[in-house]
Design a protein around this ligand. Structure first.
Ligand code: SAH
Ligand code: SF4
Length: 383
């Protein structure tokens, strides 16, 4: 039993292991106040301090307590004993020839995700991850091949936005034009399988005293976790995007296997009932164009039939290949023939221009670089 006796000396040499400091990033105002009370602050003062901290964190983007000049010097000195406001580490930042940026973000447990910024002339969207990897295994998606999967915490989701704003110099929250004007929950992971954390993170991002991004500028993309769709519309009111990709259950079962649990009919009913959609805020149906699989004129006509009665627009995504993928992108002709049929039926159906191809930042290519490196190192070692 000797080995169970704690090694006091070793602990003494590493005092930082004794003090587990809480990270305030990802906490709501209420949670910050509760944490302050726990750290010895009086309840009334804690409420006021929490408002100040919330402002410094999410409006001004402070990444240390020293900068928080409206907070008394005394408290500023005490806060780091209990708390941190640390960002996760950026282990790689790449910029594409078209201006698209991709961050590889590493959390304290060593897990990594990617976030991507897609700039437009006077605005831009940040593509945010909700999980490390994804438990779903859509057959055309690189993220779905990752072995390790865990949910991100609300803090880890919000931090992706904070890091991107650090890089782009977008603090304090600008009133007018923003480089990060929109958020799309289209990075790694299935956001509705991590609903609680995603909801908390988006509520923080939407808070008018912080980052202050309108629900109209946030889009959540789901592969079709039907039981969570209504709740998402009711509680968050964000725009919805559905990864449809096929018009028959037979084909969709293969492309998006969660279809076996929630087939097309149920999914489309959830869309009809989505509380936050109307003619001004239509639901986006994403449709990846796969040669010979889902791209015929008959498929296009069936899509039109299925969407009847839903305020919808269609986003056609040319398939982005990745090392080892089994599909081929549809020809330009097939894509435009498909788009025309959908468009003639009255649905906007733009073909999504692939951005950041040269840095593997395009839709469905996200898979943390270090996982890829580890995998290729294994292949080399086995060779
Ligand atoms: N898990 C969520 C959100 C992340 S994926 C979802 O599936 O909706 C974002 C979009 O990229 C989805 O529509 C997804 O189906 C699509 N996608 C995945 N792999 C792709 C690839 N290789 N080429 C093009 N689009 C892809
Ligand atoms: Fe997961 Fe979306 Fe990729 Fe499917 S497409 S494996 S749901 S990230």
């Amino acid at each position: 039993m000797e080995h169970l006796i704690p090694d006091v000396e070793a602990v003494d040499r590493q005092p930082e292991l004794l003090a587990i400091r809480k990270n305030l990033v990802g906490m709501t105002r209420k949670e910050i106040a509760a944490a302050l009370v726990e750290a010895g602050e009086a309840e009334k003062a804690a409420k006021m301090r929490a408002r100040q901290l919330f402002h410094w964190l999410y409006y001004r983007g402070a990444d240390n307590f020293d900068d928080m000049t409206s907070i008394s010097k005394e408290l500023r000195a005490k806060l780091p004993e209990h708390f941190t406001v640390d960002r996760p580490e950026i282990t790689n930042l790449q910029e594409s020839v078209d201006g698209t940026r991709k961050w590889l973000v590493k959390f304290p447990d060593g897990q990594e995700v990617e976030s991507v910024h897609i700039p437009e002339e006077d605005r831009g969207a940040l593509c945010v991850s909700s999980q490390v990897g994804c438990t779903l295994t859509c057959s055309f998606c690189h993220t779905g091949t990752m072995k390790l999967v865990r949910n991100l915490t609300a803090g880890e989701i919000v931090s992706q936005m904070m890091i991107a704003r650090d890089t782009l110099g977008e603090w304090p929250s600008p009133k007018g034009n923003r480089m990060i004007s929109n958020i799309v929950m289209m990075g790694m992971g299935e956001p509705l399988l991590n609903y609680e954390n995603v909801a908390k993170a988006l509520n923080i991002v939407m808070d008018g005293e912080g980052i202050s991004l309108s629900k109209r500028r946030i889009t959540l993309s789901t592969s079709g976790v039907v039981p969570k769709i209504h709740q998402c519309g009711e509680e968050l009111g964000v725009n919805l995007a559905i990864s449809l990709h096929a018009v028959t259950d037979d084909v969709r079962d293969i492309l998006v296997p969660i279809n076996k649990r929630y087939p097309i009919k149920e999914l489309l009913q959830a869309c009809r009932d989505y509380p936050a959609s109307n003619n001004a805020r239509r639901i986006t149906f994403e449709y990846v164009m796969l040669n010979g699989i889902n791209d015929s004129p008959a498929d296009a006509r069936e899509l039109v039939r299925l969407l009847k009665g839903i305020p919808a627009k269609v986003n056609l995504i040319p398939f982005n290949p990745w090392p080892g993928s089994n599909y081929i992108c549809s020809s330009n002709n097939a894509i435009h023939r498909f788009a025309k049929i959908v468009n003639d039926a009255g649905y906007s159906s733009p073909v999504r221009v692939s951005r950041g191809q040269d840095i593997m930042a395009a839709c469905g290519q996200l898979k943390s670089a270090s996982t890829k490196e580890r995998a290729s190192a294994r292949r080399t070692a086995n060779a």
